[in-house]
Write a protein that binds this ligand. Structure first.
Ligand code: NDP
Ligand code: PYC
Length: 341
């Protein structure tokens, strides 16, 4: 569901988009609770111009639900493991409802102990990661999350794909400003952006991926059709991707990116893996005044000539959407309405 230049742009209120997405999720077998969480997530991504994980993902969600690969009605099982450790078995459902189910306990532990970990396993994550961390920073906390995905990235120095695109998201409060947030795949490009480029017939920059023979290519279709992505930054991105596999899968008990087999579920698109979230209460660091120090860092970065902070583009898109509604093409809106019926 990629934007077409031939189709006019329209804008709809965020609430209406959420409602439409919620109806689609329910129509394809999700419980009311799961549908509400996923619709909120996906509509927020579209609102913020995070296009690789906005409504572009809806056909993938629908085909996955229809294939029986994911349980849209799963009830997450939350376990209070230790003073700073919460585990959730997402029961083969989505990761975001698992986070929602454990959130109050996680917050309570982070505020009491100063730090708390949420380990989600047996979960599917098909979305942007920033929605999972940004709300913690809005409450004055620092949050870091990692999730692994599906084998499509060749580790640096290896010959075959093994890692997922394995994003890392971080959020921190910043006095007088919106939280500082970054959210990035550890591959040179998110898989979603490769799909978008392939649909648009656009060549990629060099250094993104290889074809089925392991040769460098700028053709997104060659990457998708038996080829693979590369980590960003050579051995450094590769090490971060390895860390994500360790934290999101080995630590949580979820699958590594290569450990699941969806071949018996044609249409399945969502990686069945794990996710880790670490939440820190900076008020426990006596005398640190973290949010003020964050603002000081930002001021210094700007004084050094920085014109764009990570997260800033999304906040700008969000502000426009608050005034004018969420942007999508008429063709995309028609396609969403068809998914509901
Ligand atoms: P980008 O490369 O587009 O952006 C990465 C980060 O860098 C963002 O925080 C972005 O801020 C910031 N940024 C981008 N350009 C600049 C710039 N010029 N100056 C300063 N900051 C900048 O993201 P990716 O393509 O790597 O990832 C896209 C999405 O895909 C993420 O949301 C990720 O979570 C998701 N994803 C999900 C997976 C899953 O398994 N669920 C797997 C892989 C990716 P801003 O947002 O404001 O542009
Ligand atoms: O864009 O790389 C990606 C991705 C993988 C799983 C969900 N999104």
């Amino acid at each position: 569901m990629s934007a077409s230049t031939a189709s006019p742009l329209t804008r709809i209120p965020l609430h209406d988009l959420r409602q439409l997405l919620r109806q689609i999720f329910e129509h394809h077998g999700c419980s009311e609770t799961v549908a509400a969480v996923l619709a909120d997530n996906c509509a927020s991504a579209q609102r913020d111009g995070a296009h690789s994980h906005g409504i572009f993902r809806m056909p993938g969600y629908v085909s996955t639900l229809d294939s029986g690969w994911v349980d849209g009605r799963a009830t997450p099982h939350v376990t209070d493991v230790a003073a700073g450790f919460v585990q959730v078995d997402a029961a083969g459902g989505f990761a975001q409802p698992a986070l929602a189910a454990a959130r109050a306990l996680l917050l309570d532990k982070a505020r009491n102990a100063g730090i708390a970990v949420l380990a989600i396993r047996n979960s599917h994550h098909f979305a942007a990661l920033w929605p999972d961390v940004e709300p913690f920073a809005e409450e004055g906390l620092v949050a870091l999350s990692v999730v692994n995905s599906m084998t499509c990235v060749v580790p640096h120095g290896a010959r075959k794909p093994l890692f997922g695109t394995n994003p890392i998201a971080f959020a921190a409060p910043c006095a007088g400003q919106q939280p500082i947030v970054f959210d990035m795949a550890t591959s040179a490009m998110a898989h979603g952006d490769v799909q978008i480029a392939a649909r648009a017939g656009q060549a990629l920059p060099s250094g993104i991926g290889v074809d089925a023979l392991g040769q460098p290519t700028c053709d997104p279709k060659a990457i998708l059709d038996g080829g693979a992505l590369l980590p960003f930054g050579g051995h450094k991105g590769s090490a971060l991707s390895m860390m994500v596999e360790l934290l999101a899968a080995a630590l949580t008990g979820g699958h590594f990116s290569w450990e699941f087999d969806w071949s018996r579920h044609p249409g399945a698109k969502t990686p069945w893996t794990g996710q880790l979230i670490i939440v820190i209460d900076p008020s426990k660091a006596q005398g640190s005044h973290f949010a003020q120090r964050s603002a000081g860092l930002v001021a210094q970065m700007q004084a050094a000539g920085l014109s764009r902070l990570p997260g800033e583009r999304r906040y700008r898109e969000r502000a426009i959407a608050a005034q004018q509604g969420v942007a999508l093409t008429q063709q995309e809106l028609d396609a969403l309405q068809a998914l509901r019926n």
